[in-house]
Design a protein around this ligand. Structure first.
Ligand SMILES: [Zn+2]
Length: 202
């Protein structure tokens, strides 16, 4: 259990850096990485890998039969291993005329952020990066190893993910997996997303 002081430092780090992370989200949302667009998927995978690297998370882009997958791993070797599953692909923006602002331009309205993928799932990529940075800052180091897998075909049923997992099962081995999502419910209580202990450990 973390002390209240450490939790306060985590919160403070997020408050102090929220604009920086929103700017990163804007960069990700500006790439129209619709699953069927192989070229933009490649561009988005490269940006995700570079965002991980900027945070000193060792990252590489792995080719698959479809869009590439980005794998990242923190240098910490302490404790258990937590795996974040995320995806950088998005649904097509059509019908365009239903959008109040351009779908690939992160826009703030009524203190909410709008863009295709702002929530599912680019927002979660940025939230995980912010969380890793905040915990590192507050505790001086991560209390566990964190692995990250960011695929690019979730919105079309992840056709190449099973083979990818089979080929990289050692690298993906973890004690628990957080499966995208996470936010606050109607009572403002954080929802950590879907926990799948043992998932992806095939
Ligand atoms: Zn999703």
């Amino acid at each position: 259990m973390k002390s209240n002081d450490q939790l306060a430092r985590i919160d403070q780090y997020i408050y102090d850096n929220v604009d920086k992370f929103i700017e990163i989200l804007g960069q990700l949302c500006a790439i129209p990485s619709v699953t069927a667009d192989a070229q933009q998927s490649e561009v988005c995978a490269r940006l995700v890998a570079s965002l991980l690297t900027q945070q000193e998370i060792e990252a590489r882009i792995v080719s698959t039969g479809g869009n590439p997958v980005v794998i990242g791993e923190t240098q910490s070797n302490e404790g258990n291993t937590l795996l974040f599953y995320l995806h950088y692909d998005v649904q097509p923006p059509e019908p365009i005329d239903l959008w109040e602002s351009p779908p690939f331009e992160l826009t703030r309205r009524n203190n909410k952020l709008f863009a295709r993928g702002a929530a599912d799932d680019k927002g979660h990529i940025v939230a995980r990066l912010a969380a890793i940075a905040a915990v590192q800052h507050a505790l001086g180091k991560l209390p566990c190893k964190v692995k990250i897998v960011v695929e690019g075909e979730e919105e079309s049923g992840s056709p190449n993910l099973p083979a990818f997992i089979q080929q990289h099962k050692e690298e993906l081995n973890a004690d628990a997996c957080v499966w995208e999502f996470g936010g606050v419910n109607h009572e403002d209580v954080p929802n950590p997303g879907a926990w799948n202990e043992g998932y992806l450990l095939c």
